[in-house]
Design a protein around this ligand. Structure first.
Ligand code: PLP
Length: 379
C-alpha cells in the first residue's frame, strides 16, 4: 500500500459490530467479563481500548513499523523511551532539540542517574566520540527545532547498530509523509501527535512506533505500568487527522517554499532557515532523506534587534503568536522569549537562537494571504 492510501486505510478494519466505517469512540474504562478472564480481548482501558488500538495500528502503518503505541502527550512517549534505561546508562542527544525534551532529560531523568550528552549531530562523526560502554540510546530530532538543522538518519543508524545502541528519532517536524526513520535504520520513531498528525490544534498526544517485537513488548509494558495513555476521544481525533496528513503536508510544503523564497529576497531579513533552500548547510542530506522540506521556517531580521522581532510577531494577523505547530492554521513564535526562554542567552545563541529569531509554522491557508500578512508585519 502506498503512503497516501495508508493514511486513510492503514491498519484499519470496519467496526465488527455494525460495520461503522469509522472506528467508534469506545468511551469506557472497563469491559464486562462472563467469567473471570472471560472477555473479548479488552479488560481495562489503561491497558487496551479499541479506539486507541485502531489509532496505534494506523501509527504503525504510516511509519512502516510493526507496532504503534499512543500516549497522553509527546513527552509521555519520550518518558516511556527513557524508562527503558537504568541508572548509569548514558544517552547521546541532539543539542538543538525541543525544550520540553531537554527539560525532561535534565530535570527528571538526570536525577535518576541517567547521563545525557547534548551535541550538534549535523556532523555525525562527532557522535562516535561520545559512545562508551554505558551508551544505551542515541536520540535525534530532524529537522531540529528551531534551527532546522538536518541530521543524517542513515549514518547515525549505522553508528548505533555498530555499537549495539538503541536509536530513536523524534519525527514530529517531518512526519512520515516526508521521512520514515525506521526504513533508514532507526529503532524507535516518536511523534508529538499534537502537531502534524493531529493537524488541527485540538488535541495533545504522543506516539511511538517500532519494528522489533521485543522492543515493542517492553514499551507496551511501560505504557501500561506507567499509565500515560490517551483517551478514546483524542484517539478518534488523531485518527481523523491522519486521514488528511498527506494532502495537508503537501500544502504545508508548497506554502513554506513560497514563503521561504519571499523571505530570502526581503531586504529586511538577514537569514532564513528552511532545509529546502539550496543555501541551507544540510540541504543535500535533506534532499536525500526527505520527500519535501516541511512547513517550518525560522528567520532572523537584519540587525538582529529584539524589538523588531517582537513587533513583527505582534503585528501579524493571520499568523497567530502561539506555542505549538503543525496545525492547518499558521502560527508564529519567538523562541528566545517563548520556547527557549529557560535556556541562558549565551547558551541559546551558540545554537543560533538569537534575539531576532522568529519561527513560523506555515499553515495551509492561501499563500498570497500569508505573504501579504508577513509583508505588512515586517513593514
Ligand atoms: C511538541 C513537541 C514535543 C512534545 O510533545 P507534546 O505533545 O507537547 O508533549 C516533542 N518534540 C517535538 C519536536 C515537539 O514539537
Amino acid at each position: 500500500m502506498k503512503f497516501n492510501t495508508k493514511t486513510i486505510h492503514g491498519g484499519q478494519k470496519h467496526d465488527t459490530a455494525y460495520g461503522a466505517i469509522v472506528p467508534p469512540i469506545y468511551q469506557t474504562s472497563t469491559y464486562a467479563q462472563s467469567t473471570p478472564g472471560g472477555h473479548k480481548g479488552y479488560e481495562y482501558s489503561r491497558t487496551h481500548n479499541p479506539t486507541r488500538n485502531a489509532l496505534e495500528k494506523a501509527f504503525a502503518s504510516i511509519e512502516n513499523g510493526n507496532y504503534g503505541l499512543a500516549f497522553g502527550s509527546g513527552l509521555a512517549a519520550i518518558d516511556a523511551v527513557i524508562k527503558l534505561l537504568k541508572p548509569g546508562d548514558e544517552v547521546i542527544s541532539t543539542n538543538d532539540l525541543y525544550g520540553g525534551s531537554y527539560r525532561l532529560f535534565t530535570s527528571i531523568f538526570e536525577g535518576f542517574g541517567i547521563k545525557f550528552h547534548f551535541i550538534g549531530m549535523e556532523n555525525s562523526s562527532k557522535v562516535e566520540h561520545f559512545v562508551n560502554e554505558n551508551t544505551k540510546l542515541i536520540w535525534a530530532e530532524t529537522p531540529t527545532n528551531p534551527m532546522m538543522n538536518i541530521i543524517d538518519i542513515r549514518t547515525l543508524a549505522a553508528i548505533a547498530k555498530k555499537h549495539n545502541i538503541l536509536f530513536g528519532v523524534d519525527n514530529t517536524f517531518a512526519t512520515p509523509y516526508l521521512q520514515q526513520p525506521l526504513d533508514l535504520g532507526a529503532d524507535i520513531v516518536m511523534h508529538s501527535a499534537t502537531k502534524y498528525l493531529g493537524g488541527h490544534s485540538d488535541v495533545v498526544m504522543g506516539a511511538l512506533i517500532v519494528k522489533d517485537k521485543d522492543l515493542a513488548d517492553r514499551l507496551y509494558f511501560i505504557q501500561n505500568a506507567s499509565g500515560a495513555v490517551c483517551g478514546p476521544q483524542d484517539s478518534f481525533l488523531v485518527l481523523r487527522g491522519i486521514k488528511t496528513l498527506h494532502i495537508r503536508m503537501q500544502r504545508h510544503c508548497e506554502n513554506a517554499k513560497k514563503i521561504a523564497e519571499y523571505l530570502v529576497d526581503h531586504p529586511k531579513i538577514e537569514k532564513v532557515y528552511w532545509p529546502g533552500l539550496e543555501s541551507h548547510p544540510n540541504h543535500e542530506i535533506a534532499k536525500e532523506q526527505m520527500k519535501d522540506y516541511g512547513g517550518m521556517i525560522s528567520f532572523v531580521t537584519r540587525g538582529n534587534n529584539y524589538d523588531d522581532a517582537i513587533r513583527i510577531v505582534e503585528n501579524m494577523k493571520l499568523f497567530t503568536l502561539a506555542e505549538s505547530l503543525g496545525g492547518v492554521e499558521s502560527l508564529s513564535g519567538h523562541p528566545a522569549s517563548m520556547t527557549h526562554a529557560s535556556i541562558p542567552k549565551e547558551e541559546r545563541e551558540k545554537t543560533g537562537v538569537v534575539d531576532a529569531l522568529i519561527r513560523l509554522s506555515v499553515g495551509i491557508e492561501d499563500v498570497d494571504d500569508l505573504i501579504a500578512d508577513l509583508e505588512q508585519a515586517i513593514g
